[in-house]
Design a protein around this ligand. Structure first.
Ligand code: ADP
Ligand code: DAT
Ligand code: MG
Length: 196
């Protein structure tokens, strides 16, 4: 694995922001326009849960509490998914990782340096409102009031420092996600088009 991952020569974009800020929504639009490979850590974890494996059961319990699953598990999943797409990928869009500074450090060590971090920013009040609405239909075990509160707390405590960590390398672009989806995407497009 180690050697394979080093041959990845395309852009790696990170999508960061709070729960319900609109990461997944913007990722879908990015994939449609730019053809990047979208890897959502949450989706990868939920797929493992859906498989019914023993590991999946443990992950489900952690996610239901709004806590972070072990770093090694999620990084290994992302790495494997990246390698599986290495031949066909035009670039990678990593959604939901890193969620803590340590995850960022390990990513750099084991995979490489990202080209851009899109910081999808919305107010806490907005995020809660969107997640409660999403919860009406998402079927997600973590889209309930109690877990949402924990996820938000953890976001401010563990994930926001990740953004400060990457700001030092000048790759952070802040995206105002209070705007309507298409207006948010216009800002995203600008940030991506500046690459190269
Ligand atoms: N700019 C926006 N304006 C209004 N609603 C939005 C916007 N972006 C996302 N949403 C809605 O908010 C909810 C959470 O979005 P999602 O993309 O799943 O966020 P995340 O992946 O960051 O948790 C979804 O129901 C989505 O339709
Ligand atoms: N990088 C990561 N490290 C640890 N746990 C993670 C993780 N990414 C996702 N998880 C776990 C904990 C999260 O609360 C849960 C859902 O993640 P998600 O689908 O990315 O949420 P959202 O899109 O609402 O921000 O999965
Ligand atoms: Mg998401």
């Amino acid at each position: 694995f180690k050697n394979t991952i080093k041959t990845i020569k395309y852009h790696v974009l990170l999508m960061s922001g709070g729960p319900g800020s609109g990461k997944g929504t913007q990722c879908e639009k990015i994939v449609a326009k730019y053809g990047y490979t979208h890897l959502s850590s949450g989706d990868l974890l939920r797929a493992e849960v859906a498989s019914g494996s023993e590991r999946g059961k443990q992950l489900q319990a952690t996610m239901q509490k709004g806590e972070l699953v072990p770093l090694d598990t999620v990084l290994e999943m992302i790495k494997e998914a990246m390698i599986a797409k290495a031949d066909v990928s035009k670039g990678y869009l990593i959604d939901g990782y890193p969620r803590e500074v340590k995850q960022g450090e390990e990513f750099e060590k084991k995979i490489g340096a990202p080209a851009l971090l899109l910081y999808v920013d919305a107010k806490a009040e907005t995020m809660v409102k969107r997640l409660m609405k999403r919860g009406e239909t998402s079927g997600r075990a973590d889209d309930n009031e109690e877990t949402i509160k924990k996820r938000l707390d953890l976001y401010y405590k563990a994930t926001e420092p990740v953004i400060a960590y990457y700001e030092k390398s000048g790759i952070v672009r802040k995206i105002n996600s209070e705007l309507p989806v298409d207006e948010v995407f216009a800002i995203v497009e600008k940030a991506i088009d500046e690459l190269k």
